[in-house]
Design a protein around this ligand. Structure first.
Ligand SMILES: C[C@@](CO)(OP(=O)(O)O)[C@H](O)COP(=O)(O)OP(=O)(O)OC[C@H]1O[C@@H](n2ccc(N)nc2=O)[C@H](O)[C@@H]1O
Ligand SMILES: Nc1ncnc2c1ncn2[C@@H]1O[C@H](COP(=O)(O)OP(=O)(O)O)[C@@H](O)[C@H]1O
Length: 299
C-alpha cells in the first residue's frame, strides 16, 4: 500500500499447554509450547488524521474496530512511549479464525506494533517491542517471535525452541468462538479442591520437536485446557473423533478452543482429514497449514 507498511503474522497452535493453579493475579502459570503455523493475518498501517481500524475477511464482523482492538492498543502503546500521536489507519486482512484459540488478536497486536515501528522509524530494540507485547497479552510476544517457543510465566517469557522438520496440520474451524477467560474459569471450576501440579514442559515433546518426528510429536501433544473447552462445548468431541477416523496422527483442541487441531503425516493425509471433517459436518471449515513458520515479518 503506498505510504504504508504491511506486516504478515502467523497463527499458533499449542502443542503442549500445561496449566498450573490460579495465581493471586487471576492468571495461571503455564508451560506453553507454541508452534507458529501458516495461517496469516496481514496488518497494514498508513498515516491518517486519527487512529482508525478497519478489517476484512470471513470473520471481520466479529472483530472490534474500536480502541479495544489489540492492534489499536499496540499502536497507542508505541506512540505513548515515543511521544507521538497514534494517527494511523490500521487495516487488518484477517484469515485467522476469531476467538478460535489461534491467537489472531495477538497476531494483529504484534503486527501493528512491528508495522508502526517501521513506519515511524522509532529504532526500538526487539526487547522493547517484546516488553510492549507482554503488556498487551500473554500470547502477543510469541506472535512477534514465531517459529517454536516455550512460554513460561503466564506464557509471555519465551525460550526459542529448535525444530528439526516441518509438521503438517489440519484445523477444524468451529461455529462461534470460546472466551479465553471463560475457559480458564472452567478449568478452575473443574479443578476446585484439587492440588494442581506445577506446569512443566514435557521432555518427550521437546525431543519430538527437535527431531522433526511427527509420530513422536503425536504421542506427546497435550492440552490441559481441553477438558474445560469440551465441558463448555461438548460437540468438539465429535470433531476430534472425525479427524482421528480420517487418519490424523493426533487430535487436540487448539489452546482455549474451539478450533481443533489435527497433526497429520503429510499433505496427502491432510487432504483426507479435511474430506473426513467436511463429510461429517462437524465443523464450519477445515484449513491446512504447516509449522513452524516465522513470526511477524514486514512485507
Ligand atoms: C489459552 C492461550 C494459550 O496460548 O491462548 P488462546 O488459546 O486463548 O489463543 C493463552 O494462554 C491466552 O493468552 P491471551 O489470549 O494472550 O490471554 P491474556 O489476554 O493475557 O489474558 C486473558 C485472560 O485469560 C486468562 N489467562 C490468560 C493467560 C494465562 N496464563 N492465565 C490466564 O488465566 C485470564 O483470565 C486473563 O484475564
Ligand atoms: N485484532 C483482533 N482480532 C480478533 N479479535 C480481537 C482483536 N482485538 C481484540 N479482539 C477480541 O479478542 C477476542 C479473542 O480473539 P482472538 O485473539 O481471535 O482469539 P483467541 O484468544 O481465542 O486466540 C475476540 O473475541 C475479540 O473480542
Amino acid at each position: 500500500m503506498p505510504g504504508g507498511v504491511t506486516v504478515r503474522v502467523p497463527a499458533k497452535v499449542n502443542v503442549q499447554l500445561a496449566v498450573g493453579g490460579a495465581r493471586a493475579d487471576g492468571f495461571h502459570d503455564l508451560a506453553n509450547v507454541f508452534l507458529a503455523v501458516g495461517l496469516y493475518d496481514e496488518v497494514t498501517v498508513t498515516p491518517a488524521d486519527a487512529l482508525r481500524v478497519t478489517c476484512e475477511g470471513p470473520d471481520a464482523d466479529q472483530v472490534p474496530l474500536d480502541r479495544t482492538n489489540l492492534a489499536a492498543r499496540a499502536v497507542e502503546k508505541l506512540a505513548a512511549r515515543y511521544g507521538r500521536r497514534a494517527d494511523v489507519h490500521i487495516h487488518i486482512a484477517k484469515d485467522i479464525p476469531v476467538a478460535g484459540g489461534m491467537a489472531g488478536g495477538s497476531a494483529d497486536g504484534a503486527g501493528a506494533l512491528v508495522a508502526c515501528d517501521a513506519l515511524w522509524g522509532t529504532g526500538a530494540s526487539r526487547d522493547e517491542l517484546l516488553e510492549i507485547c507482554a503488556e498487551l497479552g500473554s500470547d502477543v510476544p510469541f506472535s512477534l517471535v514465531g517459529g517454536a517457543a516455550l512460554g513460561t510465566g503466564r506464557g509471555e517469557k519465551l525460550r526459542v525452541l529448535e525444530v528439526g522438520g516441518t509438521f503438517h496440520w489440519v484445523f477444524a474451524v468451529a461455529d462461534g468462538g470460546l472466551s479465553t477467560p471463560a475457559v480458564y474459569g472452567e478449568f478452575d471450576r473443574l479443578h476446585a479442591g484439587v492440588a494442581v501440579p506445577e506446569p512443566v514442559a514435557s521432555g518427550a515433546l521437546l525431543e519430538a520437536l527437535a527431531s522433526g518426528d511427527a509420530l513422536a510429536l503425536a504421542g506427546a501433544v497435550s492440552n490441559d485446557l481441553q477438558g474445560a473447552a469440551l465441558s463448555l462445548r461438548p460437540s468438539l468431541e465429535s470433531t476430534l473423533t472425525a479427524g482421528v477416523e480420517g487418519g490424523a496422527l493426533a487430535a487436540i483442541v487448539s489452546g482455549s478452543g474451539p478450533t481443533t487441531a489435527f497433526l497429520v503425516s503429510d499433505g496427502e493425509s491432510a487432504g483426507k482429514v479435511v474430506e473426513a471433517l467436511l463429510a461429517s459436518g462437524v465443523c464450519r471449515a477445515a484449513r491446512v497449514a504447516v509449522g513452524p513458520v516465522p513470526g511477524a515479518v514486514v512485507l
